[in-house]
Design a protein around this ligand. Structure first.
Ligand SMILES: [Zn+2]
Length: 354
């Protein structure tokens, strides 16, 4: 089988896996690979990625002119072309809409917390490119900001994009992003997200070299120790030159128990959504209801006391059956009790009446 035939078959297989795993619906998603120094092999527009055949692919030049193929190239071709322009090392590009990762993209929450060693050694951080109308030239412009420093990113209110030194490498990064998003969602629903310390992140970065997984850019310095250096640049048009990872200094510890301050921002601004070890003087851990809005990286548009329906974060304790060991006094003097605690108090009161 020639190299081209082999790549056509690989694109068919990756499309089949993406569709089978629910990363795309209908005709969503697109895939491309470099055929040689001046040509790309790309999925055509308006086909379901789960049912492609090798003959459907298009061959284009690096400007997007079709050289071969009965069908027109992907509607997101401009985004692919931009990636190849910015990253000579990239051999393949995969775009899909995996539901959990895309949920983070819709919520404006980047996957940038140092949580899983495997993610840090294969992707580093996963930022969110600003919203752009799909298939317009806005999208490559949004992607340009992050692509030099990242091998995967979320696309605000749209989906995810991954790249690799071969097609399956790019596809596996898409799997990793969706898997990471699912794990992050579960941890945040459970109300606790312990993170790796900055020292551990540095150790893992060194392991990338051992594994032979090159990183497109280093991890940004910790904002508190190097003010200004971790920023992505003064304006939205500037490109990221490092990967911003939320990992606090651990003072010798590899794992930092629980984020105490959430609010991760999609714009990559430093100083927000930072993580810090729990102060020792803090009372018992707050219940999921009290803790969750920050843990989810959510920015509440309104005070919680308003009459709006409760968010999942506020409602979750009953659903998840968590029992706080002790009532926790709120800053406003309010004391919240779990159902079990309230029952115990009522039983005590009944006993004292007898
Ligand atoms: Zn898309």
């Amino acid at each position: 089988m020639s190299a081209e035939s082999s790549l056509r078959a690989d694109i068919v297989e990756v499309g089949r896996r993406m569709y089978a795993r629910g990363y795309t619906a209908s005709n969503d998603g697109n895939i491309s690979v470099r055929l040689d120094a001046s040509r790309l092999l790309m999925t055509p527009k308006s086909v379901c990625k789960g049912f492609m055949t090798p003959d459907m692919m298009c061959i284009t030049d690096l400007e997007g002119r079709k050289l071969q193929g009965e069908r027109d190239p992907s509607s997101e071709m401009l985004m692919h072309l931009e990636v190849y322009r910015q990253r000579p090392d990239v051999q393949a590009v995969v775009h899909a809409h995996p539901p959990t990762a895309t949920g983070f993209a819709v919520a404006g929450i980047p996957l940038d917390r140092a949580v899983l060693a495997e993610v840090l050694t294969t992707l580093g951080s996963i930022p969110i490119a600003e919203y752009a109308t799909p298939s317009t030239k806005e999208l490559p412009e949004a992607v340009r900001k992050y692509i030099k420093a990242h091998d995967g990113m979320l696309l605000a209110n749209h989906g995810a994009l991954t790249v690799g030194s071969d097609l399956f490498g790019a596809y596996y990064r898409m799997e990793t992003i969706e898997h990471f998003a699912k794990i992050s969602l579960v941890a945040r629903m459970l109300g606790r997200e312990n993170v790796l310390s900055r020292e551990e992140v540095t150790r893992l970065q060194a392991l990338r070299g051992t594994y032979g997984i090159a990183a497109p850019a280093p991890i940004c310095p910790e904002p508190s120790t190097a003010p200004g250096t971790a920023a992505l640049g003064p304006g939205p048009a500037d490109s990221a030159t490092c990967q911003r990872v939320q990992a606090p200094s651990g003072t010798g510890q590899r794992l930092i128990l629980e984020l105490t301050r959430g609010g991760a921002r999609s714009d990559g601004a430093p100083g927000d959504g930072e993580v810090a070890p729990k102060p020792s003087a803090e009372p018992d851990p707050p219940s999921l209801a009290q803790r969750a809005p920050a843990s989810f990286g959510e920015v509440s548009p309104k005070p919680l006391a308003q009459a709006d329906p409760p968010s999942l974060a506020q409602r979750a304790p009953a659903s998840f059956g968590e029992v706080s060991p002790k009532p926790l006094a709120q800053a406003d003097g309010e004391i919240r009790l779990t159902y079990r605690e309230l029952s115990a108090l009522i039983e005590d009161a009944i006993r004292s009446l007898r």
